[in-house]
Design a protein around this ligand. Structure first.
Ligand SMILES: Nc1ncnc2c1ncn2[C@@H]1O[C@H](COP(=O)(O)OP(=O)(O)OP(=O)(O)O)[C@@H](O)[C@H]1O
Length: 336
């Protein structure tokens, strides 16, 4: 597929954006102070700032009703913002709508195409909607890259659920966008197809397409994303590289299975971050997954020595690391 790298001169040069994003790669989408109040008066987005970097896979996570669809819909020009600004490759989505929209492919959750149209016609038609010249070589590349080439003459109604999902992606890529939005790409699909879709998305990223996906599946974000944004109650509560997020917020636990259960933690061990679990049969040492005072090899070996010295004997030990799921739940938990 030919997804040329976008015009490098079309970067956002506003001082605010420059100060805000001290990154090497220019942002391909720049969202500033975006607010959406629906007619009911409900504020679905509250002054959102967000920069998407060229060529990344960005996962937007959030519970139901957080504002994910509203945010995507505004960027794609389907819903009007109440306030704020969005630039796509430097094009304002309001004053320069056509140029901004042309950069974007949107993969919705549901297929609304004519059930009796062929795969080829469905995908070609999508290209036409953007006023692009017919380009059968491009459509062929798209269909081949999504393993749909053999199905090009099939009517949509004859396709499996998985193939229909691929057609949705093909339609979104038909006009050669550089940015692809995937709204819940694997909602309700089986594990095999989910892995298959992940491969497809990674290939697109490798071809230079910037991918933004919304998902309820933490596993999906953990598996795929370069960066993760968490949205809750219309606010971006966190944007972070996945690896850094796992390091910063992740906790590690060292679990020691004891030979005899303990009723309480011995006094001599009170200064360690220790707790008891499983009716005193397990001693748990919790520390940051990133380096902190409790996680150095020296502190762990000191702990083990002190445990022996306290007369506590263990028969087995293992470590666990908190998953992105735990981190996410903690971030969006409503501490009412
Ligand atoms: N047309 C509308 N009028 C009034 N409120 C709306 C409208 N559309 C959405 N909302 C509200 O805005 C909030 C955000 O909705 P949105 O669909 O953006 O959330 P979401 O994060 O995509 O949720 P989900 O994961 O369930 O799709 C919700 O409280 C929703 O009820």
């Amino acid at each position: 597929m030919s997804h040329d790298i976008a015009d490098a001169t079309a970067t956002d040069t506003r001082p605010a954006a420059r100060a805000h994003t001290l990154q090497a790669t220019p942002s391909v989408i720049a969202v500033q102070g975006l607010t959406k109040r629906y007619a009911s008066g409900f504020e679905a987005l509250k002054r959102i700032d967000l920069d998407i970097q060229r060529g990344e896979i960005f996962a937007l996570l959030g519970p139901n009703g957080a504002g994910k669809t509203t945010l995507i819909s505004i960027i794609c020009g389907l819903v009007n913002a109440s306030d704020g600004q969005v630039r796509v490759n430097g094009h304002d989505i309001v004053t320069d709508y056509r140029a901004a929209r042309e950069q974007i492919g949107l993969v919705p959750q549901e297929l609304t195409s004519d059930a009796f149209a062929t795969v080829w016609n469905t995908v070609s038609f999508s290209r036409g909607l953007f006023g692009k010249r017919a380009d059968s070589a491009h459509i062929e590349r798209v269909l081949r890259s999504l393993s749909l080439w053999d199905k090009r003459r099939n009517k949509m109604i004859t396709l499996s659920g998985g193939m229909k999902r691929r057609v949705l992606i093909a339609k979104a890529l038909a006009h050669e966008p550089q940015i692809l939005f995937l709204d819940e790409p694997t909602a309700g699909v089986d594990v095999e197809l989910r892995r298959d879709m992940w491969d497809v998305v990674r290939q697109l990223r490798d071809q230079g397409v910037t991918v933004i996906l919304t998902t309820h599946y933490i596993e999906e974000a953990e598996e795929m994303a370069d960066r993760i944004g968490v949205i809750n109650d219309g606010e971006i509560v966190l944007v972070e590289e996945k690896a850094a997020l796992m390091r910063q917020l992740g906790r590690k636990r060292l679990r020691l299975d004891l030979q005899t259960p303990l009723a309480a933690i011995p006094e001599t061990l009170a200064h360690y971050p220790l707790s008891l679990a499983d009716d005193g049969n397990v001693l748990v040492y919790t520390y940051a997954a990133s380096a902190d005072e409790y996680s150095t090899p020296a502190s762990i070996s000191a702990l083990l020595n002190d445990i022996e010295a306290a007369g506590v004997h263990f028969k087995d030990l293992h470590t666990e690391q908190s998953s992105l799921e735990e981190i996410f739940v903690n971030l969006v938990r409503k501490d009412a």
